[in-house]
Ligand binder design. Structure first.
Ligand SMILES: [Fe+2]
Length: 336
């Protein structure tokens, strides 16, 4: 009897403490998220999170490297609480500068080890895969390159394209460096300078393929799926070729989320990252129109996507992807 009274008192004290804590979390004002993921997707996560917790979120949108470099420059004075990226190199840059808080085990446990760096300072929240988008009237399946590296061959001169200035393409190059070394990557980039048409953005490259300006382009999967789900006006003549076979062109790129060590709203920031990696956040990838892959343990992706496990992506530790080497090699090749 006495025990149950004590237990009840303890439970109500805990409930009160929790309520007070949540009230304080809401009072503390919105958390500031530096967001390099697609704004529509992040906005869906924010809406779900605020509805569930009452914690408001302000977004500052930009590119992976733009915001990553900004956080490094701001250092201890950064107003950012959370950093979300499209790909891994931008968040790795911030992590290498020692600016991310470790994530707790219950958050890390939401995502398999393949989709997060080994040091536990950030976590994968979505994945995208590399593909060769090709014009179906210009190329037959037997004409398709077996490997992304085959595009260095002179027979592809003027016939393929990419968006070398974008974070997506640079993530693919970072994987190439990690898998084949700087010499191979550097030579491939030089051939790209000679052979490929440079576009400003993956959508522009997809349009170029659809219009027959080029026969194919290296892009991420979701640009094609997103266009198909709308009017297909930029992709009706286009199909996707997946290189598979652990090819560098089968690279699966991980979007990351991390909490800034300097954030004064650690609890709220950690809650946001946990929400995205958890069931509700991953469900948004399955049901929405981002066409990015879910990465959570047991989480299903949008059923219109080919299963991630069938794409035979190469094994790459996202923590090792280095943006500085990529930029240096691309400058040396005359691409930036
Ligand atoms: Fe993208």
């Amino acid at each position: 009897m006495k025990f149950s009274l004590i237990a009840r008192l303890a439970a109500s004290a805990a409930a009160l403490a929790f309520t007070t804590c949540m009230a304080r979390a809401q009072d503390a004002g919105p958390i500031l998220v530096y967001n390099a993921q697609h704004v529509t997707l992040t906005q869906e996560w924010v809406t779900g999170f605020t509805k569930e917790t009452g914690i408001k979120v302000t977004l500052r949108n930009g590119g992976d490297m733009e915001l990553g470099n900004q956080i490094v420059q701001e250092g201890a004075n950064s107003p950012a609480d959370v950093f979300l990226t499209e790909n891994s190199p931008g968040i790795s840059l911030v992590n290498r500068a020692g600016l991310l808080s470790p994530l707790p085990a219950d958050t890390l446990g939401l995502v398999p080890e393949t989709y997060r760096p080994s040091d536990g300072h950030w976590i994968g929240i979505a994945a995208r895969t590399t593909a060769f988008a090709y014009n179906k009237t210009m190329l037959k399946p037997e004409d398709l390159p077996k490997s992304m590296l085959d595009l260095a061959d002179a027979k592809w001169k003027g016939r393929w394209g990419a968006s070398p200035s974008g974070a997506d393409f640079q993530a693919i190059v970072s994987a190439l460096v990690e898998l084949k070394g700087e010499a191979v990557a550097g030579a491939w980039l030089k051939s790209l300078k000679t052979n490929a048409v440079a576009f400003n953005g993956n959508t522009a490259a997809l349009k170029g393929v659809n219009a027959g300006q080029i026969a194919g382009a290296i892009i991420f999967n979701y640009y094609w799926f997103g266009d198909q789900a709308k009017t297909a006006e930029n992709s009706k003549n286009v199909a996707l070729h997946f290189f598979r076979n652990q090819d560098p062109g089968a690279f699966i790129s991980i979007s990351g989320a991390g909490v800034l060590a300097t954030s004064k709203k650690q609890a709220q920031a950690q809650a946001f990252v946990k929400y995205i990696a958890g069931k509700a956040g991953q469900d948004i990838l399955r049901t929405g129109t981002s066409f990015e892959y879910a990465v959570g343990v047991g989480a299903a992706s949008n059923p219109s996507l080919p299963p991630l496990a069938e794409l035979q992506g190469p094994k790459v530790d996202p923590a090792k992807l280095n943006s500085k080497t990529v930029t240096d090699l691309m400058i040396a090749a005359g691409l930036l």
